[in-house]
Design a protein around this ligand. Structure first.
Ligand code: GTP
Ligand code: SPV
Ligand code: MN
Length: 596
């Protein structure tokens, strides 16, 4: 399919090491995809679901030990350790490759190596970057066909150039002790072994579009961020765009596809989704604004909790052309189910859980995750073009102009519903001090507060301190920079219930944010930033939420913030000596304001 010698030589080398029985090039045609689906079904790798209810939908179960990203086994391999920084795991490239090559050697014997030429971004656009993933997994091929733009046209666009990201994935033995997700940003390489799960193996996503791309962005003067992109359409037809960075499983997909509350819908408000996970941002020379594109082609969304009320758009998106991973199989009608879909789980005898065992929904206990039918990090892989609210700018070559950047985390206390930073530098600081309770999206304990700067802690492909410096520097070259905000949908009351209704009602907060961007509404200056006047958050039509609730949600408790400041100091010390001076200035200023 190509004469590019950089591509051909590399594939030859990788095949000589992994020893596949054959090599198949993925051309992006429907015929080839269909043949692969049939093959995967014949071996049990995938299950074809009810084609009347769920046309072109399939179910896949991963190994029980392989259900989420593994941050402890994710490495940034730069020549110098300082360039990866203290937040990343590091190993010297030569040492890591020696270790990996042993695991790869002969690992594809008896198997097929698939060659996937793919593009992150619209093929041929200024934003686009190309990659080739070699994998021995049909599941990976079929997911990449949804999540990225795959095909011969990518190779045509690449031509004779060596400028592509090399990705090698082998399932090997799915051995968690020898699982490695490794990145070589200095040589544009990604190597993944012993996993078959999502972010570990769909190398275009977190590995390329965030870890490698963040490194390239710094080198080339742009940004790769863990952000959704949405457009709010006003009754007069104006559309304003917002990007938002929340940690994994903290609400990006939900916010990106939100349906406005009735009182907004009746007035004519609409929300359009441009992306739900990753944004690539560049300064536009003509108007000096920051423009965003979503480099992906689909959604790899969290299934549990997705329902007709919380996220109808996501639900409709995954009613066709979708691969479900680790959800419940309803064998009565050959469909799928997950916790929080509806109140009708498949009855005992008709249900297979995510581990492939018979599942008894009557034994379900909210407090015991082991009784779940679907894994808490079970996912759907669905095409963006099937989303009812996909933006008409989804395939735009130049992207959409960003009015506001929103950071957010899962904080039971401390962080108010929303606040605005004083300026870009302070906004970068606000991003750097983000914290959130951990979720099931990564292996490890759930519900522990940890600092997750810009929601990028697991995804920055270089030194975190240098990344913050890049943020500060970008502010100086964006003449019409977006305003920066912070939100928290997850404050809880004394019984641990979320106070704010969230989901569609989050538009009420976005409405205030955009009004601030247009200088249409006042705010109260506090130690941490500008907070809304309670009466400026529209609560019309909300049951149970009064002006007092909003006041409570907006309180800034100085004592808990001062506690946070101590924790931030420790975190900055951990990040190390490349934390930019600007961040320490902001931290000192925050502490002084809190003590004033
Ligand atoms: P990744 O795909 O892992 O990056 O996750 P994400 O940030 O896209 O998170 P997603 O939108 O899938 O939401 C994850 C979980 O948060 C789901 O269980 C949602 O039901 C829940 N959630 C999302 N938005 C809200 C909200 O506004 N309020 C509350 N209380 N929960 C929410
Ligand atoms: C995340 O964990 O942020 C995800 C899922 O979006 S994964 O692709 O597995 O990283
Ligand atoms: Mn994500």
């Amino acid at each position: 399919m190509t004469n590019n010698k950089y591509v051909l030589n590399w594939i030859e080398e990788m095949a000589a090491m992994t020893k596949p029985d054959k090599i198949v090039w993925i051309d992006g045609t429907e015929e080839q995809a269909e043949a692969l689906r049939a093959e995967a079904c014949s071996t049990g790798e995938m299950i074809k679901l009810n084609q009347e209810l769920l046309p072109n939908c399939y179910l896949h179960r991963t190994a029980v030990n392989d259900v989420a990203r593994v941050e402890g086994r994710t490495y940034i391999c730069t020549e110098k350790k300082e360039d990866a920084g203290n937040i990343n795991n590091w190993m010297a490239p030569a040492e890591m490759k020696e270790k990996l090559f042993k695991l790869y050697r002969g690992s594809m014997k008896g198997r097929t190596m698939y060659v996937i030429p793919y593009s992150m971004g619209v093929v041929g656009s200024d934003f686009a970057k190309y990659g080739i993933e070699l994998t021995d997994s049909i599941y990976v091929v079929l997911n990449m066909l949804i999540m990225t733009r795959v095909g011969v046209n990518v190779l045509e666009a690449l031509g004779d150039s060596p400028d592509y990201i090399k990705g090698l994935h082998a399932r090997a033995d799915i051995d968690e002790e020898n699982r490695y997700i490794t990145h070589f940003p200095e040589t544009n390489e990604i190597m993944s072994v012993n996993s078959g799960y999502g972010g570990n193996v769909l190398l275009g996503k977190k590995c390329f579009a965030l870890r490698i791309a963040s490194y390239l962005g710094r080198k080339e003067g742009w940004m790769a961020e863990h952000m959704l992109i949405l457009g709010v359409e006003y009754p007069n037809g104006d559309i304003k765009y917002i990007t938002a960075a929340f940690p994994s499983a903290c609400g990006k997909t939900n916010l990106a596809m939100l349906i406005p509350p009735a009182i907004y819908r009746e007035k004519g408000y609409k929300v359009w989704c441009v992306g739900d996970d990753i944004a690539w941002l560049r300064v536009n020379k003509e108007d000096g604004k920051l423009y965003a594109v979503n480099p992906e082609n689909g959604f790899f969304g969290v299934a549990p909790g997705t329902n007709e009320k919380s996220n109808p758009n996501a639900l409709h998106t995954c009613m066709r052309d979708t691969i479900f991973t680790n959800v419940v199989h309803n064998t009565e009608n050959n469909t799928v189910w997950w916790e929080g879909l509806d109140n009708n789980p498949p009855t005992p005898g008709n249900a297979i859980d995510w581990q492939g065992r018979p599942w008894d929904c009557t034994k379900f206990d909210k407090k015991d995750k082991s009784t779940c039918g679907a894994h808490p990090n079970s996912r759907f892989t669905a095409l963006a073009k099937n989303c009812p609210c996909i933006s008409s700018e989804f395939n735009s070559l130049k992207g959409v102009p960003v009015s506001a950047i929103v950071f957010g985390g899962r904080r039971a206390k401390t962080a108010p519903l929303v606040y605005q930073s004083f300026d870009w530098k302070h906004g970068s600081f606000v991003g750097s001090i983000m914290a959130s309770e951990t979720t099931a999206a990564a292996a490890g304990a759930v519900g522990v507060v940890r600092r997750d700067p810009m929601a990028m802690r697991p995804f920055v492909g270089y030194n975190m301190g240098d990344y913050w410096k890049h943020w500060v520097e970008m502010g100086k070259v964006i003449p019409n920079a977006p305003k920066i905000f912070h939100v928290n949908w997850f404050r809880t009351d004394d019984e641990g219930h979320f106070i704010w209704p969230g989901f569609g009602d989050n538009l009420r907060v976005l409405d205030w944010i955009l009004a601030r961007c247009e200088d249409k509404v006042d705010a109260v200056e506090t130690a941490i930033g500008y907070v809304p006047k309670a009466e400026d958050i529209n609560i019309e039509g909300l049951e149970d939420i009064t002006l007092d609730t909003i006041k409570e949600l907006l309180t800034v408790d100085k004592a808990s913030w001062l506690e946070d400041v101590q924790n931030i100091k420790e975190f900055y010390a951990l990040v190390g000596d490349r934390v930019p001076a600007e961040m320490y200035e902001e931290l000192a200023a925050l502490e002084a304001r809190l003590n004033a």
